[in-house]
Structure formats: structure tokens, C-alpha cells
Design a binder for this molecule. Structure first.
Ligand code: PMP
Length: 442
């Protein structure tokens, strides 16, 4: 083959992009070619401040040497080990280390490759757990409107984002949804957990009563709903869910794919809110987003129900070729080490009020109708352009990219979640970049 024939024309439709319309994208492609700490470099050589930690995952910042070196060393030493019936030390070491930062009692870790897979794993653990205890009548799963739990069938079934469900016809049966907790009338411009709405947790009781509580296996919520526009929970809401679950033998599952690994200024949102779930779903920040990996934490009683359950359940009939993959495990260990050495969770905690003041200073800016902050997460909600929902926020996203800032939009909401290494000056830069963009939008 000569050199010429190997050159493939730049076809921007060969890679079918996730959650993106290729036909639109190829009109004005946005490409990153490098990254370092808080910045991306674009294909045309511009620096872009990362206001979203990639997709809420690069919590330690980009291309951190310790993580890069650990991946390189592991790839050269043990690239892959079979995940079933075989082990390698780093997966066990990572699981052990994870249990030391997890809320007390969440002592066992099942590895996956993504948030979506962690969700499926958690739901299957919940269903199988009840069966292991001889309580197979518990088959119902309860999610929440506006909940995002990844894109696999279980996740979109318990999830509550209409657009992610309606393309696919029949979903999992035996699923019900609580109302979401977003109430801008009562909780506008909130910082931290919102003031009103704890009583919405009683939806769980209503739904459980409707079906008979002894048929409910689990309820799954994001402690702070992220992808649907950053909806912090009302004060006391998660505690109330915990109480109802305890009263009725329902498992409480927290999906901490976004809120885990320091995003809230604590290791997990469970710590921030003082509520421990029975199962905790994580991914993203576990490996700093660098290598795909997820981890599902379960409490001891769940693990024990399998280990001492009926013979056919001792081996959980579930797992992935890459569960606990050596390179992912090495990346996870180096990521945890980076968080610890640099005190990044504590840094996020110290920055929370500074972050909140900065983002809330955009109140009164043109088009802004609500602002919400919690941990190092922020949402700026814009009034939708008449007759053209999502267009205004998407224009803000495109202009911010041109002006050197990466933001994320969902509907007409701008979501922000920078790496935890962000400086106060860079927080200021986010606000100063956004203000004129918002002022200039149609
Ligand atoms: N759960 C939550 C709460 C998430 O935010 C996400 C991803 N944004 C997922 C699950 C799915 O994770 P992944 O894209 O890694 O499958």
C-alpha cells in the first residue's frame, strides 16, 4: 500500500457520536487535541478552561503525571488478567482502599467499566439480594422523574428523562417514579440543599403503599440530580427516604456517578448529607475519567446474603470482561493517591462558598431565571428562547467554547463542575467569561 492510499479523508460521519447530531457537529466541529491541568488545547491551538471536568469526571485535572505514569507502568507489566475466577493484586488493593474512603458499612466493591454498567449492576444486586434471602416477591424498582442513571435498559427504565426513553419502546416493567424535587418557586437561587420539599420523599411511601411495600426491591436516586440540570435535594429529603426504606425493607441506592470522589467537598454525597445508602454507584472520578471504570459499593449484609445464601447464589451471575482491569485499577489507585496527596476533597470544601458567591453573582444577568450551587457544582438556568427550547443555552455553549471556556448545557440550563484543582482566579474567569456571553445572547 503506498502512503497516499492509506490517507483516509476526514469523514465526520464515520464515528457516530454519542448524544450528538453528527450532521450538526460536522458543520462546525469542536475538537480537543491535548489537555493539561485546568485546560484543553483545541485543534487550532487555543486554550479552553475546563469548567466541567470533561464530563463531570476529571476531578484531579488533566494529564496528571502520577496517573499517567501508573497507567504506563501497568500497561508494560500486566496488561490484562482474566476477570473471572482469576485475580491480580491491584484490583484487590483498589477495592480495599475504596472501602476506607466510603461511608462506614459499605465494605464490598464490585467493579464495572462505566456509570451505566454500575447502575445495571446495582439494580441486579438489589433484585438478587432479595431472592437470596428468599424474598423474591420484591421485584419493583422505583426511580424519580428527571433522574439520570445512564443509558442501558435498567438505567433508562428507572431514569426519568423523557428524551432518553421515548426512542426505545418497551422498557423494564415493574418500575415506578417519584416526583422530582425541583421547585424554583419556593427554592429559587439556592445554595446547598434547598429549603423546601422534604415532604416529596413521601412519594416513596405512596407508591410503596399503592403496590404493597413488600413488593418493592429498591429505590434509586442521585443525591444531587446532575445531568438533568443540577437539582439539589431539599433538606431532610434523603433522610426521610432512608427512614421509609428502613421501615419497609426497601434498599436505598445512591447513584453517585457525579457526586462521588470529592465533587461535594466530601468523599461522597452520602457524607455531605449524612445519609448512608445500602448500595452506592460510582464511576467517573474513580479513575479521574482517564480509563473507563465504575465501582458499586454494597453494605456487608447484602454481600453476606450472597456468601451465605443458597448454593446457586454464592457466585453472583454477573460481571464484565474488564471488571477490575489491571490498567484501570492502577489508574484508580494513582487517582486516589493524587486526591489524598493534594487534599483535593478538602480543597473543594474550602472553595464551596467562594464558588457559590461567584456563580450567584450572575443573578440579574440577562436571561438568567435561576441559579443553584452545591459542592463544586453549579447550574445557571436561562429563560428559553420563545418557541425554541434549548437553543439559547446551546448558543451560550458554542460562544463559551469560542471564548475559551468549556461549559455543559442540558435543556436551557448551563451546568458547571470544574476540576477540584481550580483556583479562585479561574473561578472568577468562568464568571467573567460567561457574563458578556449571556448579555449578548438573543
Ligand atoms: N449515573 C449518573 C448519575 C450519571 O451522571 C451518569 C453519567 N453522566 C451515569 C450514571 C452514566 O455513566 P456513564 O456515562 O459512564 O455510563
Amino acid at each position: 500500500m503506498n502512503e497516499q492510499s492509506r490517507i483516509i479523508p476526514n469523514n465526520l460521519e464515520a464515528f457516530w457520536m454519542p448524544f450528538s447530531a453528527n450532521r450538526q457537529f460536522k458543520q462546525a466541529p469542536r475538537m480537543f487535541v491535548a489537555a493539561k491541568d485546568m485546560h484543553y488545547t483545541t485543534a487550532d491551538g487555543r486554550q479552553v478552561l475546563d469548567g466541567t471536568a470533561g464530563l463531570w469526571c476529571v476531578n484531579a485535572g488533566h494529564c496528571r503525571p502520577k496517573i499517567t505514569e501508573a497507567i504506563q507502568a501497568q500497561a508494560a507489566e500486566l496488561d490484562y488478567a482474566p476477570a473471572f475466577q482469576m485475580g491480580h493484586p491491584k484490583a484487590f488493593e483498589l477495592a480495599s482502599r475504596l472501602t476506607t474512603i466510603a461511608p462506614a458499612g459499605l465494605d464490598h466493591v464490585f467493579f464495572t467499566n462505566s456509570g451505566s454498567e454500575s447502575v445495571e449492576t446495582a439494580l441486579k444486586i438489589a433484585l438478587a439480594y432479595h431472592r437470596a434471602k428468599g424474598d423474591g416477591a420484591r421485584f419493583r424498582l422505583i426511580g424519580r422523574e428527571r433522574g439520570y442513571h445512564g443509558v442501558n435498559f435498567g438505567g433508562i427504565s428507572v431514569g426519568g428523562i423523557v428524551g432518553n426513553r421515548k426512542m426505545f419502546g418497551t422498557l423494564l416493567t415493574g418500575v415506578d417514579h417519584m416526583r422530582h424535587t425541583h421547585d424554583p418557586e419556593r427554592n429559587g437561587y439556592s445554595r446547598g440543599a434547598t429549603e423546601y420539599g422534604a415532604e416529596l420523599a413521601d412519594d416513596l411511601l405512596r407508591i410503596a403503599t399503592l403496590h404493597d411495600p413488600s413488593t418493592i426491591a429498591a429505590v434509586i436516586v442521585e443525591p444531587v440530580a446532575g445531568s438533568t440540570g443540577v437539582l439539589p435535594p431539599p433538606q431532610g429529603y434523603l433522610k426521610r427516604l432512608r427512614e421509609i426504606c428502613d421501615q419497609h425493607g426497601i434498599l436505598l441506592i445512591f447513584d453517585e456517578v457525579i457526586t462521588g470522589y470529592g465533587r461535594m467537598g466530601t468523599a461522597f454525597a452520602a457524607d455531605y448529607f449524612g445519609v448512608t445508602p445500602d448500595i452506592m454507584i460510582t464511576a467517573k472520578g474513580l479513575t479521574n475519567g482517564v480509563i473507563p471504570m465504575g465501582a458499586v459499593f454494597v453494605k456487608d449484609t447484602i454481600y453476606e446474603a450472597f456468601m451465605s445464601g443458597p448454593e446457586h447464589m454464592i457466585e453472583f451471575a454477573h460481571g464484565y470482561t474488564y471488571s477490575g482491569n489491571p490498567i484501570a485499577a492502577a489508574a484508580g489507585l494513582a487517582t486516589l493517591e493524587t486526591y489524598r496527596e493534594e487534599g483535593l476533597f478538602e480543597r473543594a470544601k474550602a472553595l464551596e462558598p467562594i464558588w457559590a458567591d461567584a456563580i450567584h453573582s450572575l443573578k440579574g444577568t440577562r436571561h438568567v431565571i435561576d441559579i443553584r450551587t452545591i459542592g463544586l457544582i453549579g447550574a445557571i438556568e436561562l429563560e428559553p428562547l420563545a418557541g425554541e427550547p434549548t437553543k439559547r443555552a446551546f448558543s451560550a455553549f458554542v460562544r463559551a467554547f469560542e471564548d475559551g471556556l468549556l461549559i455543559r448545557t442540558t435543556g436551557d440550563i448551563i451546568a458547571l463542575s470544574p476540576p477540584l484543582m481550580i483556583s479562585e482566579a479561574q473561578i472568577g474567569e468562568i464568571v467573567e467569561t460567561l457574563k458578556p456571553i449571556l448579555d449578548g445572547l438573543d
